[in-house]
Design a protein around this ligand. Structure first.
Ligand SMILES: [Mg+2]
Length: 229
């Protein structure tokens, strides 16, 4: 029997969605200044973003900036106005700037990892482009706590099973911790892991899914110490 603790990264250990939301807010302001319906444009943006992710087959960094440009073009089109190349580039740059934001650890992330590190092998499974995620991990100062870091294009049941096999950990005695029902909790439960869902107030609605049940809910990283230790 080998125990391990497998963490998610974005919005579990570092703030991520707040940076996307800040870009969306600036985008809404621009759309509003053009007399385009800002609230509706945000919904269109979200649909375009999700469509791009599906089309690219993963969370590639160009998906979000491209969705911003596409959404601007869409409202120019339906309002029979000419798309302004310079403004479109400014709008797409709002998306690119998200990846330049500092990877700021969530409160107590370092302290909690330090405590758990003394007891269990820690692993990290994050989704996205390796160049982006590896740089953010380095920047966060949290990378050294993990025995192995996985940057995956999709976090599904097969991926969690594969990690358990590779690391020779027994899912029934191990934990998966994350803020997404869709990418962390449900697939981990299906792979036989014990799971802790950490509520984060800003989570992309793409990550919404009905819980299949059997997980533990907590409000903060500190709470997991009461469960695992
Ligand atoms: Mg996450």
């Amino acid at each position: 029997m080998q125990c391990g603790v497998l963490f998610d990264f974005d919005d579990t250990l570092v703030e991520t969605t707040i940076h996307f939301n800040a870009a969306k807010e600036k985008f809404a302001e621009i759309m509003s200044s053009l007399n385009f319906p800002a609230a509706e444009a945000l919904e269109t943006l979200n649909r375009n973003d999700i469509r791009n992710v599906r089309h690219c087959g993963g969370f590639f960094k160009e998906c979000f900036p491209r969705a911003l440009g596409q959404t601007y073009d869409y409202y120019c089109n339906v309002n029979k106005r000419k798309s302004d190349c310079k403004l479109k580039k400014e709008i797409e740059d709002l998306g690119w700037q998200v990846y330049e934001q500092p990877a700021e650890p969530i409160e107590n992330a370092g302290a909690v990892l330090e405590i758990l590190y003394r007891r269990y092998p820690l692993y990290l499974a994050t989704r996205g482009e390796p160049s982006v995620q590896n740089a953010r991990l380095e920047q966060s100062g949290l990378a050294h706590w993990f025995k192995k870091i996985y940057v995956l294009s999709e976090k599904n049941t097969g991926a969690y099973r594969q990690i358990a096999i590779e690391q020779r950990i027994t899912p029934q005695f191990s934990w998966v911790i994350g803020n997404s029902m869709k990418s962390d909790i449900n697939p981990a439960l299906r792979a036989g892991f014990r799971s802790i869902y950490i509520h984060h107030p800003h989570t992309w609605d793409y990550e919404d899914e009905e819980p299949i049940g059997g997980h533990i809910n907590v409000e903060s990283l500190l709470d997991i110490l009461n469960i695992i230790c």
